[in-house]
Each structure stands twice: as structure tokens, then as C-alpha cells.
Design a protein around this ligand. Structure first.
Ligand code: NDP
Length: 507
């Protein structure tokens, strides 16, 4: 890593070292609040992927890493957590500056979750059943049987731009906890925090265990997904790219974990405490300018309280300050890029054309000093119907669709009427009613009187086209291991082997 007139230049991170890309080309990383270039990053290619995979493969072939005891591995995971905490300030700044995440969120939440994740993994790894003994079998005769959980090998992680560093750790932690090695392809908008994170982690793991190759998804990403020495792909991003990854991974029958898009339903019941449900629902949709896959973008409100809820949502939304992500008073920062801003504004136009009633926001936000940045006013549409495009497609921006309902059954039916199934929520004073609804909703998480409450010990992932597999918690370790059955017969005389008798009836 070197410095060039105030703009940092980053190489690829392979085998514990910074190395230039084979082509010598770089690409720019910008601050989404003002469009200025904040870093230049080496642009990886297929050739660089080959180098990184070879380094990761060699690191995996080292039995000292692969077969390390759970206790020693727990020490390493703990040390990684400590190292992240030590470099926390730098990581937070890089992440906020390039992803547009507010300093309040990245510094007050993400970095703490990352440290906690590695510390919790240290505990999970000690309790994980790496070797299980099966009971004595009835057939085919006395034998000792074990089931071993073994690492997969070289894992690829392909990550998005919205929370690049945190999402990378959801793949790095379980991969390393189970003895794999990893090559990460971060999103092209936000590679630098992941590069720095890899350098920090590599201080406590052998060279080649963690590698990062930034570069275009179509080349670097696809080279990883089709590489014969990559055993697994952990992907977070759009459902569209997830489908392609699944298809490409099939050519070498790779294990895949997919964390994809969402259009999560949030149901306010008639008896909800609106003093809690109104700020909670806005927190659910406008955090990180709506660029979170599990945002509550479809809000279902009973007809009987609909107008009151709309008035209160609008009044509170108008108090949110849109601004630079490093300003501690900012509630809603920029969206990631001009392209994303254009997509969101075009969805807003679609909503108007579909007949939804724009009651708040709906255009670019004016931010002093951010004239070249990508700001959008938090936007609310009322009178949305669940079949509208703005209710069915993921916008990935600060846009809330508020849908009316008459009966709770009708709300549940509409909540499930989507290709997605990532998150969901219910606001009510009746907890039994909430559990009844939670049973009926097809989503990987249900928040009751809350939103965005991911935990490092709870599984996270989607139903339906929101994904395959689960990340976080002890559950994620299963996704990075494979099972081996080891059988040892205790009968040494061939004539006493009942199974052999099938082939040798005369004994
Ligand atoms: P994309 O799916 O476009 O990109 C995600 C990653 O995939 C990036 O690193 C990208 O690289 C890479 N990529 C793009 N094309 C390919 C390809 N053909 N083969 C392999 N890799 C490829 O999503 P975004 O980054 O734009 O993120 C927004 C989307 O991600 C939203 O739909 C959101 O819902 C979803 N998301 C889901 C989350 C979840 O946990 N379920 C969390 C966060 C986001 P490059 O940047 O170079 O194009």
C-alpha cells in the first residue's frame, strides 16, 4: 500500500503480501458524498485470481492450519477480534468514507459487531462437534463409527458495497474457524476496507489463509466461481447475480451460500403502540439510506388507523437530517453511486406513474458541500397496492411503500406475496398474536416490535429467492464444513461378517 498525493493506492492482497495486479491497471474508489476520488485500487484479473487461489490452496494443504485443534483456533479467532478492535478507528473511517455508511452506524455498530463475531466464533469453535461418535449399530455388526466435520478447502467470498466489511466477516469468520482458506472479491465501489481488514487478519494467520482480489465481478468474480480449486462460494448481493453464480458454480459442483435481495414486509397491527411502531418502522427502512437487504420496505397498515399512521410517518421523516456520512448529526447519508441514485429516482417516477400517492420526499436531497454527491430525500408512498412494481421490486434506496389492509389474514397473504423472504416484522401489544403471525410468514427472520436486530449467535439468511443457507452464529459453521463418515469394524473373522455372506453364501 502506498500514498500518492493524498489518494491512497492499494494493491491486491495475496499470500500475506501487497502485490500489483498482473495488468498494472487500477480503478478509482470515490466518496459518495462528493464524488471525489479517495483511493486507487489495483484491478485484478483472471491471472490474479489464479495466483490468489494457488496461495490459498497451498495454505490449505498445510496440515498445521487445516488440522489445528479447536482450542488453538479459538485463540486465533480471539486474536483477530482484538486486532480488529486495535485498528477499529482506521477501519471505520475507510468503511464510512467509501460506502457512505454514517460514522454513527459504522463506528457505533458495525465495528463492535465484527469484534464480537470473532469472539463468539472462538466460543462456538470449542463447542462445535468436529468429531461425533455414533451409537453401536444393529447391522452390519459391532463397529466404531465416527462422523467428522472437515473443512472444504479454498472458499471464495463475493461481497456487496452496502456493508462491505461487516458482510465480509460473516464469511471470513466461519471459513477460518473451520480450517478453510479464503479469497475475497469485494464490490468494486468499496474494496479498500476489506483490503485493510485482510492485512489486519493476516497478522495472526499464516500467509495465503486470507487473500483479496478486487476487480470487475464479470471477470474476477466469475473466475473464482468457475475455478476448479475453489470448493465453495459465499455470495452476498443481488438475486440476479446470485442466480448466475449458482448456475456457474454448477459446472464444478461447488457448494454455495447465497444471501440475496429482499422486499421485507412490516405489519403494524391495530393495537400497536404507535409511539414505538412509527420510529421503529422508519428505522427499519431508512437506516443506511435504505440500502440494507433486510430493510422493511413494505409497510402494511390497517385501514382504521391508516391516515393517522401516514401523518405520523411523514412528520417524523421530515426531522431526519440527510448529510455527509462523517457528520455525526447525519441520520441518512448518501447512496453509493450515481447509477444507484438514478435507479432509485427512476423507481420513484414509476411509483407516481403507477398511481401511488407521494406523501414525502421523492427527489434528490440538497446537501451543502454535497452537490456532486448522491443524496436522496427519504421518500414515502401511500396508497400503494402490493402488485405495484414499487411493492414487488427491490429498490435499495430510501423509499417506503405503505399498503392498506382490512384483516390480518389479508396482510399476511400480501406479506407473503413476493419472490423474496429475507426479513419481516410485526408491531403489536399482543405477543401471542405476534407469534401466530410469525409462524405464517415465510421469511428467515421475524422481528416483533423491532427491526434490524441481527445477532452474532443467530442465523441470518433468506427463504425463497432471498437465498440459500445461513450465515452468522454456530449455524454458519455447517456451511463451511463437509461430513466424513469413518467406520471401523470390530469383527476380525471373515465367517462372522454377515454382510460378506451376501457375496460368499458358502462362508
Ligand atoms: P451485485 O449483485 O451487483 O454485486 C455483488 C457482488 O457481486 C459485487 O462484488 C459484484 O462485483 C459481484 N458480481 C457482479 N457480477 C458478478 C458476476 N457475474 N459473477 C460474480 N460476481 C459478480 O449487488 P450490489 O453489490 O450492487 O448490492 C446490491 C444488491 O445486493 C441488492 O439487491 C441487495 O439486496 C443485495 N444485498 C443482499 C444482502 C443480503 O444479505 N441478502 C446484503 C447486501 C446486499 P462488482 O462490484 O465488481 O460488480
Amino acid at each position: 500500500m502506498s500514498t500518492q498525493v493524498g489518494v491512497q493506492t492499494y494493491d491486491l492482497f495475496i499470500n500475506g503480501e501487497w502485490v500489483p495486479s498482473s495488468s498494472g491497471e487500477t480503478f478509482d474508489v470515490i466518496n459518495p458524498s462528493n464524488g471525489t476520488v479517495v483511493a486507487k485500487v489495483a484491478k485484478g484479473s483472471k491471472e490474479d485470481v489464479d495466483k490468489a487461489v494457488e496461495a490459498a490452496h497451498a495454505a490449505f494443504e498445510n496440515a498445521e492450519w487445516r488440522e489445528m485443534s479447536p482450542n488453538d483456533r479459538a485463540d486465533i479467532l480471539f486474536a483477530i477480534g482484538n486486532n480488529i478492535a486495535k485498528h477499529g478507528q482506521e477501519l471505520v473511517l475507510l468503511e464510512a468514507l467509501t460506502s457512505g455508511g454514517t460514522l454513527r452506524r459504522v463506528g457505533g455498530n458495525d465495528i463492535l459487531m465484527m469484534v464480537d463475531l470473532f469472539q463468539q466464533m472462538a466460543k462456538f469453535v470449542k463447542e462445535y462437534p468436529f468429531s461425533e461418535t455414533l451409537p453401536e449399530p444393529m447391522f452390519p455388526g459391532p463397529a466404531h463409527n465416527f462422523v467428522w466435520r472437515e473443512p472444504l478447502g479454498v472458499c471464495a467470498a463475493i461481497t456487496p458495497w452496502n456493508m462491505p466489511m461487516l458482510i465480509a466477516t460473516w464469511k471470513i469468520a466461519p471459513a477460518l474457524a473451520t480450517g478453510n482458506t479464503i479469497v475475497i472479491k469485494p464490490a468494486s465501489n468499496t474494496p479498500v476496507s476489506t483490503l485493510k481488514l485482510a492485512e489486519i487478519i493476516s497478522e495472526v494467520v499464516p500467509p495465503g489463509v486470507i487473500n483479496v482480489v478486487p476487480g470487475p465481478g464479470g471477470e474476477v468474480g466469475e473466475s473464482l466461481v468457475t475455478h476448479p480449486k475453489v470448493e465453495k462460494v459465499g455470495f452476498t448481493g443481488s438475486t440476479e447475480v446470485g442466480r448466475r453464480i449458482m448456475m456457474l458454480a454448477s459446472s464444478t459442483v461447488k457448494n454455495v451460500t447465497l444471501e440475496l435481495g429482499g422486499k421485507s414486509p412490516n405489519i403494524i397491527l391495530e393495537d400497536a403502540d404507535l409511539d414505538l411502531a412509527i420510529p421503529g418502522s422508519l428505522f427499519g427502512v431508512f437506516l443506511h439510506a435504505g440500502q440494507l437487504c433486510e430493510s422493511g420496505t413494505r409497510l402494511f397498515v390497517p385501514n382504521s388507523i391508516y391516515d393517522d399512521v401516514i401523518d405520523r410517518l411523514v412528520a417524523l421523516t421530515k426531522t431526519l437530517k440527510v448529510g455527509h456520512q462523517l457528520d455525526m448529526n447525519t441520520s441518512v447519508g448518501p447512496v453509493i453511486s450515481q447509477a444507484q441514485k438514478d435507479t432509485i429516482l427512476s423507481y420513484i417516477e414509476t411509483g407516481k406513474a403507477e398511481g401511488a400517492r407521494l406523501v414525502c420526499g421523492g427527489k434528490e436531497a440538497e446537501v451543502k458541500g454535497g452537490e456532486n454527491g448522491f443524496f436522496i430525500e427519504p421518500t414515502i408512498f401511500a396508497d400503494v397496492t402490493n402488485d405495484m412494481k414499487i411493492a414487488q421490486e427491490e429498490i435499495f434506496g430510501p423509499v417506503l411503500s405503505v399498503i392498506r389492509y382490512d384483516t390480518v389474514d389479508e396482510a399476511i397473504e400480501m406479506a407473503n406475496d413476493t419472490i423474496y423472504g429475507l426479513a419481516s416484522g410485526v408491531w403489536t401489544r399482543d405477543v401471542n398474536k405476534a407469534y401466530e403471525i410469525a409462524r405464517k410468514i415465510k421469511a428467515g427472520v421475524v422481528w416483533i416490535n423491532d427491526w434490524h436486530m441481527l445477532r452474532n449467535d443467530a442465523p441470518f439468511g433468506g427463504y425463497k429467492q432471498s437465498g440459500i443457507g445461513r450465515e452468522m452464529g454456530k449455524y454458519s459453521l455447517d456451511a463451511y464444513t463437509q461430513l466424513k463418515h469413518v467406520h471401523t469394524s470390530m469383527v476380525h473373522e471373515p465367517e462372522k461378517r454377515r454382510a460378506f455372506g451376501i457375496l460368499f453364501p458358502e462362508g
